[in-house]
Design a protein around this ligand. Structure first.
Ligand SMILES: [Fe+2]
Length: 251
């Protein structure tokens, strides 16, 4: 199974007069065209799909994503707005129609995908409150024997000096790590938010973050690749486990 991860696309409205608006749309289009070249089973988007959470931005995003051939699984970032996202993506049946959270589990793929919503209205930081942790505990406990990939917009850990205390309550982040460590079927945690590549051991699994697809916002990427957008490929095989690659789109 091959999972492509895109993140932090920060799409602007089609009518935006900012130069980065067209550039970010093109960054995402190029990634989608590359993903469509074949071999990808599903795509996950780890949040901040648009820049201001506005309906016009989601309309533009949906128009760009319409070219994507593989199924897309989307979670909100702090730039997203639950209401506008629900309206724009009302065709995505896995997104809960009601309730405070946009989290869900995907059961019909060889690897189980579990998406945890870390976003609260008006809050830039990640929120891992008791209700979210209870949902995750219950969801993971239901399928203890199925290999699982968890995805969350906000990394629940610090990343050197680049990202410190990016979640509302550190004790909640520790509780989240404890929940995941009780479920060894979680083979990976995929995050966005920090716009840079990072990998570490966390909660008994491996946690990774990725550079933003929006080239103007990404950090820590070698200047040699200049304007080429990039995304990640996570390849699962029985023999090698889960192996991740950075895919730089040069065409
Ligand atoms: Fe972002």
């Amino acid at each position: 199974m091959v999972i492509a991860q895109i993140s932090d696309t920060h799409i602007l409205a089609r009518s935006s007069e900012q130069a980065v608006g067209a550039a970010r749309a093109e960054n995402l289009r190029r990634c989608i065209a590359d993903i469509n070249r074949g071999g990808v089973d599903v795509v996950v988007h780890t949040g901040d799909s648009v820049h201001h959470g506005m309906a016009e931005e989601y309309a533009h995003l949906r128009e760009i994503l319409a070219d994507l051939e593989a199924p897309l699984f989307l979670i909100p970032g702090n730039r997203d707005r639950h209401g506008a996202l629900r309206v724009a993506f009302d065709h995505l049946s896995y997104l809960p129609r009601n309730g405070d959270f946009l989290h869900y589990a995907v059961e019909d793929q060889p690897i189980r995908l579990v998406a945890l919503d870390s976003v609260a209205a008006g809050e830039r930081k990640g929120v891992f409150c008791a209700r979210r942790l209870a949902w995750l505990e219950e969801t993971l406990a239901r399928e203890p024997d199925r290999p699982t990939i968890l995805f969350i917009h906000h990394p629940p850990f610090d990343i050197g000096r680049h990202y410190v205390g990016g979640y509302r309550r550190p004790e909640d982040a520790r509780k989240l790590a404890a929940v995941v460590s009780r479920h060894p079927q979680v083979e990976r945690l995929l995050c966005g938010h920090v716009h840079r590549l990072h990998r570490e051991s966390w909660g008994g699994t491996v946690a990774t973050t990725m550079p933003s697809v929006a080239v103007d916002l990404r950090k820590g990427v070698d200047k040699a690749i200049e304007a080429a957008p990039l995304y990640l490929l996570h390849v699962a095989s029985g023999e090698d486990g889960l192996v991740s690659h950075t895919r730089v789109v040069t065409h």
